[in-house]
Design a protein around this ligand. Structure first.
Ligand SMILES: [Zn+2]
Length: 144
């Protein structure tokens, strides 16, 4: 028998954190539907917001430095720009401390774990689909 807690953990709302992927799918399907330029501009923007602030990722904030080795936080978080529930981590990406670390460490921090890579790849795919949609939209405008 599953306890109520276990049920809560697998609650369907978790699926909704992937709404960006659904949006990208809608964009891809709509490419030949002649929706015009504006919907694709907005959808590309939403995909970007999703990747940066809403996609399921790992926190990736720097928790400790062991000599040259940096230990990153592994808590679940939302988007590539925001950290986990810990206040010091939440906005670490916006602090001077974080910007003083090298690019290599920064990128390693952002790309902690598979979910972050998945979010990045879907973000790139979403952007390309958006650009394709915009180009097709402009093309159609010129034809008519
Ligand atoms: Zn954290």
């Amino acid at each position: 028998m599953t306890s109520p807690r276990a049920f809560q953990r697998s609650a369907p709302w978790r699926v909704w954190r992937y709404w960006g992927l659904i949006l990208i799918a809608i964009m891809a399907v709509g490419l030949d539907k002649k929706w015009g330029v504006l919907p694709y501009v907005f959808m590309s923007l939403f995909v970007l917001i999703w990747v940066l602030f809403s996609a399921p990722t790992r926190c990736g904030a720097v928790t400790r430095r062991r000599g040259k080795e940096i230990v990153y936080c592994w808590n679940n978080s939302s988007g590539l720009m925001l950290g986990c529930h810990l206040p010091q981590h939440k906005f670490q990406r916006f602090t001077r401390d974080w910007w003083n670390t090298s690019w290599r460490d920064r990128i390693r921090g952002i790309w902690t774990g598979t979910p972050a890579k998945l979010a990045t790849i879907s973000g790139v795919v979403g952007m390309l689909t958006g650009i394709a949609g915009i180009i097709i939209g402009i093309w159609d405008l010129q034809k008519s």
